[in-house]
Design a binder for this molecule. Structure first.
Ligand code: NAP
Ligand code: MG
Length: 402
């Protein structure tokens, strides 16, 4: 069989530890035998980030802007322990944070459903995609702990020096205060990212805030979404047969639990942080989630939602057998290759991506799985395989399909 040819390179961001090991295995076993892989390679492994003073991370994000599609391996976000372990010049920032800031995106996370892994909510037969706004609110807050007997005020000074003031609270006892903000521009890109993604995957968008209590702050989110929907997306949604639906966050939570899934749930930053952990856990695990960052101008960066699986890596380094789940990393590749295939009009690349995902899910549904899934699967006949064994089993099915 002739290898599939690509037109535009994918931006390939390599990473750290066990996921770096898996990255190479996926390329060797599942990608390169079938595709004449064209990538622009950036090594985001911590050693190389340190050697380049983290320039490589910035370069990889700029390359993503240029080419439009990237695939990223999990990376270490350094902490004190990593400073010594890797003899770092600086405690480099989280690559995901750097890339998000440059691409200004929204993160979409969707569970991968397989037979045998039963969600804790029995009605959830379709995936729920969480779209998390990744800017502002409590993640950019200013806070104070204050002593008794003072007054807290909210003060805004405009560019001409005019002052607007509101009393927050007159404290008799001691207490706490917090200042939050968001930017219209960021909320607008969040809304557009959600609506574009919905058109892409043909699913409804649900959005919820607490606008009954937060009559200006949360209400602004609601208004911006409504305005952008009415002016730019209503017709396209109707043509695609999908809906935009706004409700209160309390009502949304109740509806989500009763739902069968199959929609995008757009969440403010904090709601998205908390709800994505809840949704991921209820569906199974982070190793069974896809994650893609979508920028308002339609740039896509695919990754796995889990970390570098450090504990497994140390076992691997000692020569012990590992059974690490590669599904999320395989889906990062298939997602990126499919998107590249769609943009470059390469149906055989899109077909390959579809087959790779079907072969991966099929392997697990045939009862062949890594340890994490083995302990969760309700299948009667199941077999636990090692990291490489799983990829080889996927390849057997992939080969048959192609
Ligand atoms: P982790 O890599 O998510 O792993 C935590 C535990 O979850 C593992 O020890 C393992 O449990 C289980 N697990 C996660 N992914 C798995 C998989 N694919 N297959 C099987 N089991 C899996 O988190 P961590 O070990 O605490 O963090 C390691 C590094 O990852 C940190 O340096 C952190 O900065 C980085 N990180 C990166 C990203 C990213 O780049 N997207 C995200 C989060 C964290 P058992 O040990 O019980 O088997
Ligand atoms: Mg969280």
């Amino acid at each position: 069989m002739a290898k599939i040819q690509m037109k535009t390179p994918l931006v390939e961001m390599d990473g750290d530890e066990m996921t770096r090991v898996i990255w190479k295995m996926i390329k060797d076993i599942l990608l390169e035998p079938y595709i004449d892989l064209k990538t622009e390679y950036y090594d985001l492994g911590l050693e190389h980030r340190n050697a380049t003073d983290d320039k490589v991370t910035y370069d990889s994000a700029e390359a993503t802007k240029k080419y439009g599609v990237a695939v990223k391996c999990a990376t270490i976000t350094p902490n004190a322990a990593r400073m010594t372990e890797y003899d770092l010049k600086e405690m480099w920032k989280s690559p995901n944070g750097t890339i998000r800031a440059i691409l200004d995106g929204t993160v979409f996370r969707t569970p991968i459903l397989v037979k045998g892994i039963v969600p804790y909510i029995p009605t959830w037969t379709k995936p729920i995609t969480i779209a998390r706004h990744a800017y502002g609110d409590v993640y950019k807050n200013v806070e104070m702990q204050v002593p008794a007997g003072g007054k807290a005020e909210l003060v805004y000074t405009d560019k001409d020096g005019n002052v607007t003031k509101e009393t927050i609270h007159e404290f008799e006892g001691s207490g706490i205060i917090q200042g939050l903000h968001n930017r219209d521009e960021s909320i607008e890109s969040f809304a557009r990212a959600c609506f574009n993604y919905a058109l892409d995957i043909k699913e409804d968008v649900w959005f919820a805030t607490k606008d009954t209590i937060s009559k200006k702050y949360d209400h602004r989110f609601k208004d911006i979404f409504a305005e952008i929907y009415e002016n730019e997306y209503k017709d396209k949604f109707e043509a695609a047969g999908i809906e935009y639906f706004y409700t209160l966050i309390d009502d949304a939570v109740a509806r989500v639990i009763r739902s069968e899934g199959g929609y995008i749930w757009a969440c403010k930053n904090y709601d998205g942080d908390v709800m994505s952990d809840m949704v991921a856990t209820a569906y199974g695990s982070l190793a069974m989630m896809t994650s893609v960052l979508v920028s308002p101008d339609g740039i896509y960066e695919y990754e796995a939602a889990h970390g570098t699986v450090q504990r497994h890596y140390y076992k691997y380094l000692k020569g012990e057998t590992t059974s690490t789940n590669s599904v999320a990393t395989i889906f990062a590749w298939s997602g990126a290759l499919r998107k590249r295939g769609e943009l470059d009009e390469l149906p055989e690349l899109v077909h390959y991506a579809d087959c790779l995902e079907k072969a991966t899910v099929g392997t697990i549904e045939d009862g062949i799985m890594t340890g994490d899934l083995y302990s969760m699967s309700k299948l009667e006949k199941k077999e636990k395989v090692d990291t490489e064994g799983f990829l080889k089993a996927v390849d057997e099915r992939l080969k048959a399909m192609l």
